[in-house]
Design a protein. Structure first.
Length: 95
């Protein structure tokens, strides 16, 4: 995670599945508390499952309630395809 006074960025690793969901859950919750613009980068993601996408869906809902802006700075083809297949692309700001 990189951080500045105005923005925080999360760069996801190659694996974004249930095995790392708790780690990312904690990291993303910290960002909600910081009240900054949030950038997400999933360029490196090659393995993704429903748990990772559920986590992101919940994160986007929570951020919206707090009026926080989230922007994507990158997403791998694998990430985009999985989000589309599971029907969450729009919910997580990729559509």
């Amino acid at each position: 995670m990189s951080d500045s006074d105005q923005e925080s960025e999360v760069i996801f690793d190659e694996v974004f599945d249930i095995t790392v969901a708790l780690h990312y859950h904690e990291q993303l919750n910290e960002l909600l508390n910081e009240q900054k613009q949030i950038s997400l980068n999933a360029d490196k993601v090659e393995k993704l499952d429903g748990a990772g996408l559920q986590l992101l869906s919940a994160f986007f809902i929570a951020a919206e309630k707090l009026n926080l802006q989230i922007v994507w700075t990158g997403a791998s083809e694998t990430f985009l395809k999985n989000a589309e297949v599971l029907g969450v692309s729009e919910k997580i700001g990729l559509a």
